[in-house]
Design a protein around this ligand. Sequence first.
Ligand SMILES: Cc1ncc(COP(=O)(O)O)c(C=O)c1O
Length: 460
Amino acid sequence: MTIEPINKKEKLFPTYSGNNDSLLTLLNKTSEILCKWFSEADNLGPLPVDINFECSLPDEFGISSDILFSEIENLIYSSFNPVHPGSLAHLDPPPLVISILGDLIAAGLNNNLLAHELSPSISLLEEGICKWFSKKIGFKDSAGGIAASGGTLSNLNALVAARNYSGLASDPNAVFLTSEDAHSSFIKCTQIMGLEKNNLIKVKTDNNGCMDMIDLKKTIEKCTSEGKRIFSIVATVGTTVRGAIDPIKNISEICKERNIWLHIDGSIGGIFAITKLQIKGINNFNSANSLTINPQKILGITKTSSILLMSNMEVLKNTFATGLPYVSSENNYLNRGELGIQGSRPAEIIKLWLGLRFLGMKGIEDVLSSSIERREFLENNLNSEKYEICSGPLHLISFIPKGMKKHESDKWTLNKRNTLLNNNIMVSRPIFKNRYYLRAVLGNYNTSKLHIKELLKLLD
Ligand SMILES: Cc1ncc(COP(=O)(O)O)c(C=O)c1O
């Protein structure tokens, strides 16, 4: 490829006077390529057949946008396509259209949620949206939240705050409890927080994949007798493999009795708590001290979109505020970079705000309930005599054939995943209870009953 010096007519930055026609041309062209790719998803499938992508590296001279566009096109056409109705593998739904605009606006504004003076309107927007969520789940006025780039970071923000609040920040005997089916981000939390693996204590789950209360009580007693000090119990609302919901009410009673911080990892199911939808187990969210919600996982807000809600915002401030000596804090506005681990932060809240405004409560409920209907349809049509089915009240379902030895079912899941993929249906193959399962995540609004019927046909 010839590398030519950058075209002088192409602007490096938006111009501050006159017009920005060249930027507009680039934006239009990008939109065209992207929309074409969406429209062709039906033919292309969820994953590109041949990944024809080579990473071209920066050279001495910059290249013109014409060459860049051919590279952009190649990048796009070598990507996973969440818009395809057969994209059922992960918690990565199609992007809500208005959310795409949100990302564009955030990039164009290039504001920084680190400081109020670098994002005057968006800092207020973030505060307002987090307060709105807090109110919806029944928190009091002291509540609020902070956006973070993904559920892992929200969980980490919560646990660092919980440990700090409990006064155990430098205690090597400080432990936290999750169910055995909780997300692997909690293992990362121990690594980042300077804890050993055994400072994360796993509580057994029952047959439905929910935290077992008898084992929780036993575990707490064991911790006490061993001199371990519990700084948080984490309840999961929507486990990653089957979408199980831990019993919030029972766990919160135990936490209250013993003055233990309750964190809810609602990365998958937390969003349901702001709606009127009746989902078994979605209740008592306001008994938590902190709660992670990830609208990127099911509503279609583009990645990343996660918020951590706190029943008392003072705890975040007391944990993370260091002062920002290089930023002015006139009018006593809070610099939101002092409320979490991240410093500079993008304006991710814009796409969440736009998405929520665009959908309204009815639209949100429609997107969420349609996911559950699709899971129910798949579950009701899977032969329960033939398959061991692991699911819950949300939109995830995992299964393997009954009566097979481990090596047989591992092989079966591999073959079936490939067969499905060859027919443009992409499911995942998580390891669960020491075996591979097939997992379908039914959060894709483009998936119809016909597509699910096709999946069922290919399984048999
Ligand atoms: C239950 C649960 N919690 C946390 C996470 C981590 O979220 P993220 O990938 O946004 O960091 C996931 C990811 O799938 C999850 O399933």
